[in-house]
Design a protein around this ligand. Sequence first.
Ligand code: MOS
Length: 731
Amino acid sequence: MTSVSFPDTARVDALQKVRGAPIFASDDARPGMLHAALAVSTIPRGRILAIDAREARAAPGVRLVLTHEDLADLQLPGFLVGGYGFQNFQPLRTPDVAYRGQPIAIVVADTFEAATEAAALIHASYTEEHFDPTIDSPGAESLDQADTPIGKFLTEPVAGDADEAFAAAPVKIDIELTCPTQHQNPIELVATVAEWEGDKLIVHEGTQNSGALRHGLAQVLGIPAGQVEVISPFVGGGFGQKNSLQMQTALAAVAARRAGAPVKLVVTRAQLFHGSGFRPASRHRVRLGADSAGILLAAIHEVDSQTSRHDFFPGEYAATSSRLYGWGAFRGVQRLVRTDTQTPGFMRAPFEHPACFAMETAIDELAYALGKDPVDLRLANDTSIDPITGLPFSSRHAATCLRRGAERFGWSARSRAPQSMRGADGSYIGWGMALGAYPGMMIASIVKLSATHNGGIEIALGAHEMGQGIRTVIAAVTGRRLGVPPGEVTVVIGDTRAAPQQPTAGSWGTASATLAAETAADAMLEALAKLTPGSSIDGRSPSEILRDAGRASLEVEAMVKAPGQSEEVFDLIRAGKLLRAGPVFDNCVSFSFIAHFVEVRVEPRLRRIRVPRAVSVADCGRVISPRTAASQVRGGVVWGIGAALREASETDPRYGGFLNTDLAEYVIPVNADIGSIDVDFVDEPDSLLDSGIKSLGEVSLCGVAPAIANAIFHATGRRLRELPIRIEHMI
Ligand code: MOS
């Protein structure tokens, strides 16, 4: 595709990446470095009675073993919403065991192998307590989110009297759906290299939020934040797993201090299933009421989602499902079910993917109940006004996505009846579609931009490169504004030494970083103009202007707020606090939209499901980097195929914890599962947001799973409302 907004730009770090030049934390090898490994709890809930580390301490190559008997002075990090950690629970701080797989000791040795071997020699005895491992556990406590401490920050969307309107509606849908627990599994494992230079702690860890690591480590270790620096120049995938202080980082830091040497701790794939956040399981009940012409009169979306016993992980599902159409009335209900796991986390479109699965399955069922085409039904209920607040959408091109997607896919050739399309090989062909939505949010930034007389341009700001291409975006917009090629702009991100670091998450990266870089570049142009009073700077590069003015270099700082934020946001950024703005702004409500159209083929005998092609058309506002934007959408579709047909973290209710803790058993799509993915963008700048940009990464996943489930219904006549849909559900 081509972008009307912006020319295509190759990834500025592509050459480095293909040469293997970037050093990820787990690649870090420095002189004198020791290696750490974790021993973990073998019970699902209780307390350590005694821990015996004598054998481990005597093992060859072991330098240090730390248990809760050594680390009582650690403090709690606070949960990310208000604090810094993915959970407000710090292993090894007390003898308490909150979940199976929780670390109970850290071993430091000369080699990774020695540390791993010694960790297996730690023996603990426990008292066990009652545990509820899943949201289906008979004793699991369910609370209205409104009655929990986070209830005062999150109110459920309500408009009109949805119950009355539903009761009176002539056509009704009332269904229940479930979405499983899932784990992110980025290819780069969570890894920390911690080194002390005197009182100063330097941490190299792949993270989406080096600011939270800095301030969270300071809090957990009881030292000033100014004594902690965090570097994270490249992250091998985040997807929300790495958006906060992890449970092992402080342990590695303490181990490095006590060992008197740098320590590297790589959390193993199996340990990560209990060592970081995950997508909570959720159950949904959706009620839709429509008139006989297909106009939506009412929707009620009730959700029960998983949290841990020690934190309230929020549920914000209906915040997005309520924005899909212009219903007459809406009511969202959110309950949290406490389970004995680590605290769930924000995994890629954390609420929006399950919410769209639930609502967009219901809409498809309504289309069949009405005898209407699913695209036409959606178009008939489109709206430019947010049904919850009454404010306009900042922009909304959902209808364009639907029309253009239908056209590119060839939707008009579809015959509506289930089982009515067959392939030459006898397979059932299903064509399904769905709409996805995701909030448009922003964060504020403090940016430093410098130019030198010999051509160097350097920009430093709070952002993290997880592979999504934000370094390329920042280089492209900065270079374009200053009239230099993107490759000549050095982008310093993920580094607390260079600029205050805000989390890169929530698909706000491009909108926030673009506005920040453009504002800083404008400040630079203004400062350059002042150096040459009376003559225009047009047509000259910053280095030429500096040379003409006899200056070696020039540095500017820009402070960029999101709409509606006050000046105090900059103090809060410096304190490492999470401060997102949106999707509700003063004058508008901002959401991105995407329409997915998919073809499935179901083998008639084995019932194996294939997805040979998908068409996705996204409305994300201005497209800044067409190449990486299209990659984001393709990745979202691949992940949606995984979410619909493969991925689930399994729990044995007798033992708790997660069972399939490796990539052999946690099944994700492989190349052979992926067919053609056709991507297009509306690419209309958003007129009510300063950046012109909404969100893209996460909306790409939203709506893929229901499009596939709806296509399976079209192929086979079977309505499957539990993810993932597997062969055994088809027979
Ligand atoms: Mo994303 S789940 O907001 O890192």
